[in-house]
Design a protein around this ligand. Structure first.
Ligand code: FAD
Ligand code: UDP
Length: 389
């Protein structure tokens, strides 16, 4: 007997399933339409080289949330890897995110922090102190127009193919700007990569006698028994697939970005000397090149071969994997209508990146799954609802 069905085996679904099985003794069935567990965080060794490739783009784990850090450490140890990114602009390589090194290299200057801040403040003055309302204004506000046009505008045009004035400011609020030479990509307290890889971590989360996993099983396929028509209303469901798909696109399709990953094995030991190289200009058709060997310098990888992946971003069409919610004003209107429908679905709990149409990093997906268990799911299994955090 199954007590609850979890649709989607990404970090959100796995966290819910693991907690309900372990903490509340629930019998959980996880289904996923892909042939593997783990959603977008999945990884596997490239067969020719053994180099671990993150199938859906580099996944760097980072968090400042103590509860999430304690939780994930039950399933894996982390390497001391610290993520750093570089970007190529007009044939020259600069450190990202924008820091004092980027600023001085770009302006061919030797400013100290205060001088650099004064310069950027002057260049950002065109907004006249107004609160930035979209990505374009936020970019100019954070770093001034010259740096925005060099490092953000072209990259964002390739990544989103949407006028930056129609994109939410929040997309680049995540990118820190630093007036020191610190070029760590993330600001979080904890950071690292799972020592044995993502697949091992994800499998350990599902390895519980109360959890059954069915792969290659689509929730909307009525020829298999665990489908929407057959179970909604009869058994609780946690749904982490796309919210518009759940309601048969009745309020219109939400817009998503997808990425084409072009993978090659090259007959050299090192292609670019770092894990991620962004390409800021529009003349390079890809947004970035990933070289996976650099994510695990501690591993014994072959020294005469390397794996590189170019990322090309485009609008997701029917049949494509939805990766990034675009979140235009029209999307937000549709989402409001979908939220109305969601609240009418009895015992269906929508979560995760696709189920809530929200950009969520892994630690955020895990954190919000833990909260959903505390606040909404525990009461179904005899647990007291905890105070909202
Ligand atoms: P997902 O991992 O997307 O899982 C959803 C699952 O639902 C999928 O397995 C899907 O197959 C399944 N599903 C969908 N529809 C159905 C259906 N009809 N029937 C059955 N199953 C279904 N986060 C970080 O913290 N650091 C990073 O560096 C990072 N890099 C990223 C890079 C890229 C290119 C992308 C796309 C994401 C990145 N993320 C990163 C985010 C990370 O992937 C997500 O936080 C995480 O995957 C969220 O988990 P989730 O469970 O919400 O969704
Ligand atoms: N961005 C940019 N230039 C860069 C890196 C990022 O303009 O070199 C912008 C771009 O709009 C991107 C956003 O910042 O979508 C967030 O970038 P991040 O690398 O955090 O996101 P990811 O693509 O890894 O999810």
């Amino acid at each position: 007997m199954t007590d609850i069905v979890v649709v989607g085996s990404g970090f959100f679904g796995l966290t819910v399933a693991e907690r309900l099985a372990e903490q509340y003794g629930a019998k959980v069935m996880i289904i996923d339409r892909r042939p593997h567990l783990g959603g977008n965080a999945y990884s596997e060794p490239e067969p020719e080289t053994g180099i671990e490739v993150h199938t859906y783009g580099t996944h760097l784990f980072h968090t400042s949330n103590e509860r999430v850090w304690e939780y994930v450490n039950r399933f894996t140890d982390f390497t001391p890897y610290v993520h750093r990114v570089y970007t190529t602009h007009k044939g020259e390589v600069f450190p990202m995110p924008i820091n004092l090194g980027t600023i001085n290299q770009f302006f061919r200057s030797a400013y100290g922090p205060e001088q650099a801040k004064a310069l950027i403040r002057e260049q950002a003055a065109e907004l006249g102190g107004k609160e930035p309302e979209n990505l374009d204004e936020q970019g100019v506000n954070l770093i001034g127009r010259p740096l925005y046009e060099a490092f953000i505008k072209g990259y964002t045009a390739k990544q989103w193919q949407t006028d930056p004035k129609d994109l939410p400011a929040s997309i680049i609020s995540r990118l820190p700007v630093r007036y020191t030479y610190d070029n760590r990509y993330f600001n979080d307290t904890y950071e690292g990569l799972p020592v044995d890889g993502y697949a091992a971590w994800l499998e350990r989360m599902a390895d519980h006698p109360n959890i059954e996993v069915r792969l290659s099983t689509d929730f909307f396929d009525t020829t298999q028994p665990i489908n929407k028509d057959a179970i909604v209303g009869k058994i609780p469901v946690v749904y982490t697939g796309p919210v518009d798909r759940y309601f048969d696109y009745s309020q219109g399709a939400l817009s998503w970005r997808t990425i084409d990953f072009e993978q090659e094995v090259l007959p050299i030991g090192d292609f670019q000397g770092t894990g991620v190289m962004n390409y800021a200009d529009e003349d390079a058709p890809y947004t970035r090149i990933l070289e996976f060997r650099h994510l695990h310098p501690e591993r014994d990888y072959p020294t005469d071969k390397t794996v590189v992946v170019k990322e090309y971003s485009r609008f997701a069409e029917e049949g494509d994997e939805p990766y990034y919610p675009v979140n235009t004003p029209e999307d937000r209107e549709k989402l409001t209508a979908y939220r109305e429908l969601m609240s009418g679905e009895k015992d269906v709990f929508f979560g995760g990146r696709l189920g809530t149409y929200q950009y969520l990093d892994m630690h955020m997906a895990i954190g919000s799954a833990l909260s959903m268990v505390d606040n909404k799911l525990a009461p179904l299994f005899g647990g007291a609802a905890e105070e909202p955090r």
